[in-house]
Design a protein around this ligand. Structure first.
Ligand code: PLP
Length: 419
């Protein structure tokens, strides 16, 4: 019996249920993954007990003999992996990392220009309900609603008109390559800093599937838990000239003590990502997304931008006359987990939008390849074509379970089991 099972059977049972849900469903949320057992163990280690305000060698508490070594290791591994001058591994999440990047470079009230959330940007890129739009004057840019693509000329014109202090490049729901070099040029032309948020694509960047923004951006922000396959956390990378400002913005600017257990697990994830196996994984993520997209197009689904270059696919369901939420809920009953999403120029409200966002990072960790990606596209078509047919959905959920049993979460990728 584990300690948890003994002392808190209720929570223990809920964790077991979640473990069963994760292994018994096809998880297509593009920001989710399965971490390795090594990452899981590091993040549930005794490092959770330690306060370490400050940075290695400059702490506000004693007892940092080990934490300093761990944080330094995490920093060095991040710097090596992303070829960056400086790394701060303390942000609690991608949202805090973004706010710290802005705080490091500009003053409250200054203008920021990021991608509109309804066109694929993140809340923290200056969306109206986010505090980032209260602290800063936000001028969002949009994609071309005809093509779904970033229009760099329009972004340049907008930047020239509003003269932002920061331009943010990066997205939550954009299926194509982002040209960070052009973003860098536009930022230079208008005297803005470039912050690149690679939360979604960090794993692809590491593997060379997506070009890195590190040479062009003043600060690069990312989460560590999506395609990068680490624990939930944030990471900032920057040029040496911004290092002190970035560190000060994270602590003491925004945060208190770093989550040392998470930093420890980030160090492990960085080592895992610096391997040929990880490059093969990330390459397969993109191949699987392409295979799934091609099949969906064959089935008459309309995809924003007409396809994908990365790990995610945004389906525009307007031609199928199915609301995104209705399809996401029906798929969930069939054990296929996705999320409804706005599409560029969506006439429907954000709580019931016209799109569905799916991605391949998690299924690829389970070892699924193009054939399975196509099979999943077929499941999606069958559900969409007969969405009110409960017995069909029940039948598909059984087929999904069978597929899941053929591709178990790899042994070293699961929560340590009872025995
Ligand atoms: N940046 C981007 C592009 C994201 O997609 C996300 C999360 O979805 C974040 C930042 C925020 O990360 P977190 O949820 O860890 O705060």
């Amino acid at each position: 019996q584990t300690a948890l099972e003994q002392y808190d059977p209720q929570i223990y049972e809920l964790i077991r249920q979640e473990e069963a849900r994760q292994s018994g469903s096809i998880r297509l949320i593009p920001s989710e993954n399965y971490v390795s057992r090594a990452v899981m163990m590091a993040s549930s280690s005794c490092l959770t007990n330690k306060y370490a305000e400050g940075y290695p060698g400059k702490r506000y508490y004693e007892g940092q003999q080990v934490t300093d070594l761990i944080e330094k290791l995490a920093q060095d591994r991040a710097k090596e992996l992303f070829k960056a001058d400086h790394a701060n591994v303390q942000p609690y999440s991608g949202s805090v990392a973004n706010l710290a990047a802005y705080a490091a470079l500009i003053e409250p009230g200054d203008t920021i220009m990021g991608m509109s959330l309804s066109h694929g940007g993140h809340l923290t890129h200056g969306w109206k309900v986010s505090l980032t739009s209260k602290f800063y004057n936000s001028v969002p840019y949009e994609v071309n609603t005809e093509t779904g693509l970033l229009d760099y000329d329009a972004i340049r014109d907008l930047a020239k008109k509003h003269r932002p202090k920061i331009i943010i490049s990066g997205a939550t729901a954009y299926p194509r390559i982002i040209d960070f070099e052009i973003f860098g040029q536009i930022a230079k032309e208008v005297g803005a800093y470039l912050v690149s948020d690679i939360a979604h694509i960090a794993g692809l960047v590491v593997a060379g599937i997506h070009k890195s923004p590190v040479p062009y951006a003043d600060v690069v922000s990312t989460t560590t838990h999506k395609t990068l396959r680490g624990p939930r956390g944030g990471l900032l990378l920057c040029k040496a000239e911004h290092a002190a400002k970035v560190d000060k913005a994270v602590f003491p600017g925004l945060q208190g003590g770093p989550h040392m257990h998470t930093l420890t697990a980030i160090a492990v994830a960085m080592a895992e990502a610096n391997t040929p196996e990880f490059v093969a994984y990330a390459t397969q993520v993109a191949k699987n997304a392409k295979a799934m997209a091609t099949k969906l197009l064959e089935y008459g689904f309309k995809l924003v931008t007409g396809g994908t270059d990365n790990h995610l696919i945004l389906i525009d369901l307007r031609n199928k006359q199915i609301p995104g939420k209705k399809l996401a809920k029906a798929l969930d009953r069939a054990r296929i987990v996705s999320n409804y999403n706005t599409v560029p120029g969506d006439p429907a409200p954000p709580f019931n939008p016209s799109g569905l966002r799916i991605g391949t990072p998690a299924i690829t960790t389970r070892g699924m390849k193009e054939a399975e990606a196509e099979q999943i596209a077929t499941f999606i078509r069958r559900v969409a074509e007969d969405i009110d047919n409960d017995s069909l959905i029940e039948q598909i959920s059984k087929e999904v379970l069978l597929l899941c049993s053929q591709f178990p979460v790899p042994e070293h990728f699961i929560i340590p089991s009872r025995n």
